[in-house]
Design a protein around this ligand. Structure first.
Ligand code: AMP
Length: 122
């Protein structure tokens, strides 16, 4: 089991120790704008619980948390108006996934064509 580091920046956001630009808050989830947006819409959706990354959340969160989080992602797409033109949801995990902040977050990106999914290196 990967240990959760409660000093990560999103844990500090959840505790109100550093500010964020909130898009949506639900019982179990928080959505806020990425501080360095890579697209016109760049919102991060995080669970309030201490989950390191996507598989940790998918395997260990309660059904209620998972439903809340999934619906929060859908609601963010609705609020941001990206449903018709489309969007991309990305969840980076651990070192090969190049995850910088070790608290599960999905990036909701839209407002422009997002290009190829990944850069092919071989
Ligand atoms: P990842 O590489 O998937 O872990 O993405 C981490 C994301 O968090 C990056 O896109 C950062 O720009 C973003 N980020 C880091 N600190 C903050 C912050 N204080 N508020 C909002 N977004 C942040």
């Amino acid at each position: 089991m990967r240990a959760y580091d409660d000093q990560n920046i999103f844990a500090k956001i959840l505790r109100g120790e550093i500010p964020n630009t909130t898009v949506l808050e639900t019982e179990h989830s928080l959505a806020f704008r990425d501080i360095a947006p890579a697209a016109p819409t760049h919102v991060l959706v995080i669970p309030k619980g201490p989950y390191v990354c996507f598989d940790d959340f998918a395997l260990n969160a309660t059904d209620e948390e998972i439903v809340d989080f999934t619906r929060a992602v859908g609601k963010v797409c609705e609020l941001e108006g990206v449903q018709d033109n489309g969007f991309r949801v990305i969840a980076n995990a651990m070192s090969d996934g190049v995850q910088e902040v070790p608290h599960l977050h999905v990036h909701v990106l839209g407002g422009r064509n997002m290009g190829p999914m990944v850069v092919r290196t071989g």
